[in-house]
Design a protein around this ligand. Structure first.
Ligand SMILES: Nc1ncnc2c1ncn2[C@@H]1O[C@H](COP(=O)(O)OP(=O)(O)OP(=O)(O)O)[C@@H](O)[C@H]1O
Ligand SMILES: [Mg+2]
Length: 249
């Protein structure tokens, strides 16, 4: 039984059908890539899984049309698509959204501690903090720096590190490399690979398809809200139509 199982998920904003019967799973120990062209619905799928879509719906109620969500999401043997976002995260499904930014006025350390507010256990918080700094040495050197003065790439690292202050049983990361220079991108991907090696399954959304293909055990290709193909990189690369038309490789 997979750790995360998305069953036939569809999502509609008013008349716009964004997700169309998406089924996807992530098993224990897997790093699964989710790729596809701009506007395919990748971020929306992650937001639907983590409950952010319903959070957004509450925020916007009365100002825009309804969001209609159908299908089911199961996590660790429990149905979660009916739960609010904070409860989903509380169960260990941690989502690091696209373009997430740290709190600019707080220091690096304060940002990380803000991510740990759920944990009342000081020793545990300290352990997670040290883990974050081990994964991101660059942040460790800048503990006392105000986050707003970090480079864009460092801020992105901090945003990812902050997600790790929650005890993650699965990490869903949306485009961590967006806008980053090659060197810092390498650092971020190696941190993600390490998180995976240490036993946390990862669902990774990335524009950088060749990078995902190097890291992932399996991949899904999403286009116009539908899963077009699924499998290890080698298999997907062997499909010429897929490779040229959707993967840009
Ligand atoms: N709140 C919303 N209301 C209406 N349409 C939306 C809303 N959010 C997203 N969409 C639309 O849903 C589609 C999928 O968007 P989404 O952000 O999930 O794509 P994506 O695959 O993450 O793309 P990218 O690679 O550019 O990040 C887009 O056409 C987008 O305009
Ligand atoms: Mg996106």
């Amino acid at each position: 039984m997979p750790l995360l199982e998305v069953r036939n998920l569809s999502l509609r904003y008013d008349k716009a059908q964004i997700l169309n019967g998406v089924s996807l799973n992530v098993g224990a120990g897997e790093l699964v890539g989710l790729v596809g062209p701009n506007g395919a619905g990748k971020s929306t799928l992650l937001r639907a899984i983590s409950g952010l879509v319903r959070f957004e719906e509450r925020m916007k109620r009365g100002t825009t049309g309804a969001i209609v969500l159908e299908g089911e999401v199961h996590f660790a043997g429990e149905r979660i698509d009916t739960l609010p976002a904070h409860e989903i995260r509380g169960r260990g499904l941690v989502h690091c959204p696209e373009r997430r930014r740290p709190f600019r006025e707080l220091t690096v350390l304060e940002n990380l501690l803000a991510g740990a507010f759920l944990s009342k256990n000081k020793a545990e918080t300290q352990r997670r903090l040290e883990h974050c700094f081990a994964l991101f040495p660059r942040l460790s050197e800048r503990k006392a720096q105000i986050a707003g003065t970090l480079s864009g790439g460092e801020q992105q690292m901090l945003a990812t590190a902050r997600s790790l202050m929650f005890e993650a049983k699965l990490l869903a990361i949306d485009e961590p490399s967006l806008g980053l220079a090659p060197l810092i991108r390498e650092e971020l991907f190696s941190a993600i690979a390490k998180i995976h090696r240490e036993g946390v399954p990862v669902l990774l959304v990335e524009q950088e398809v060749s990078q995902v293909f190097r890291m992932a055990n399996r991949n899904y290709v999403l286009s116009q809200g539908r899963i077009l193909a699924e499998g290890p990189a080698k298999l997907l690369m062997a499909d010429e139509t897929l490779r040229a038309g959707y993967l840009g490789l």
